[in-house]
Design a protein around this ligand. Sequence first.
Ligand SMILES: *Cc1c(COP(=O)(O)O)cnc(C)c1O
Length: 414
Amino acid sequence: MKKPFVTLEQLKEMSKYYPTPYHLYDERGIRENARKLMEAFSWNPGFKEYFAVKATPNPTIMKILHEEGCGMDCSSLTELMLCEKLGIAGSEIMFSSNVTPPEDFQLCHKLGGIINLDDITHIDFLEKAIGCIPEVISLRYNPGGNFEISNMIMDTPSEAKYGLTKPQMFQAFRILKEKGVKEFGIHAFLASNTTSNDYYPTLAFQLFRLATELKQDIGVHIGFINLSGGIGIPYRPDQQPVDIMAVGEKMRRVYEQILVPAGMGDVKIFTELGRYMLGPYGCLVTRAIHKKNIYKDYVGVDACACNLLRPAMYGAYHHITVMGKENSPEDHLYDVVGGLCENNDKFAIDRWLPQIDIGDYLVIHDTGAHGHSMGYNYNGKLRSAEVLLREDGSTKLIRRAETPEDYFSTLIFD
Ligand SMILES: *Cc1c(COP(=O)(O)O)cnc(C)c1O
């Protein structure tokens, strides 16, 4: 059974200050999870997690993770500006973007961040944009084909727009070595939201092999290998969470099997986790405002897909707890829906839940990553607030809700 990290009593108290809907984050969970990740990879002295800012681009969340030792993985100009505002710079920034505009490269270079190139043509593009090639650079690898874990196809890199082919990796490393690059990184993101303990070790096996080949062939110094994001979370109650300690241990074995014998025992492991860092430690708090009975039973809530797009976009499952009714029989079959004029605006379809009454608080689980951040303004809906539940049980508004004035602020009337 999935249990919310907040109680009905706390929600009732919060309702004095924060109208629903809002995203709520659990500081304790975020910190404990980050510490466990660090522990799992503590065998690698250079290990660093660069939090994928796009998952939850909120300064308070970023500060908490930075305090826990995380750097920031940015993908756009504004995410870089967020780091700049927070005083996060230099090797604390990884910039993994694609179809990158020149201004983004320029700001990343100004901040001293590590640039991860998505294509071989970006070498010239970057040189034109910033007037030089940095001494440290990373390249994103796309092996093509299918990505498999024990003969199961997890994803299809050959259909993905990202990264360089293997021959291009060799060519690009040669060019960059010629241009004076001193330290190289290799990056790959080959499967998303995987709850298998074998994802990172399988990916690492491929990347470590490639790294040894590149080193032998071209004689470059590989400083780091970036496994990127992709570790998933158990959205469904019957799913098992990833055992991060087991992942770390398996990674250590692959590292000792491949890199250490190649004289590459100094390679730093980097990650760019988003979902794993924040997903379970955020939820969307909403209330039932309508009930409707036609061919099916509908519960209308005050949140909509503008607050959480994943169900509408991917058909993603998000668990729902009807607060205060955790022990009631789940004997009602509901569609839980938002108010958009789009029939995919459904947080749950044919879900067995306890009887819901108007005014009930519903907690939609696992919205901490790719939740608020994927929000939008369709139907003139306003994006919600974000609230932090601190370790001492107090709360803090960390992003106010949009107002109609915000919505009107970009409109031009003449
Ligand atoms: C989205 C993204 C991540 C984070 O992915 P998660 O699935 O949230 O772990 C990391 N790196 C890059 C380049 C990404 O695009």
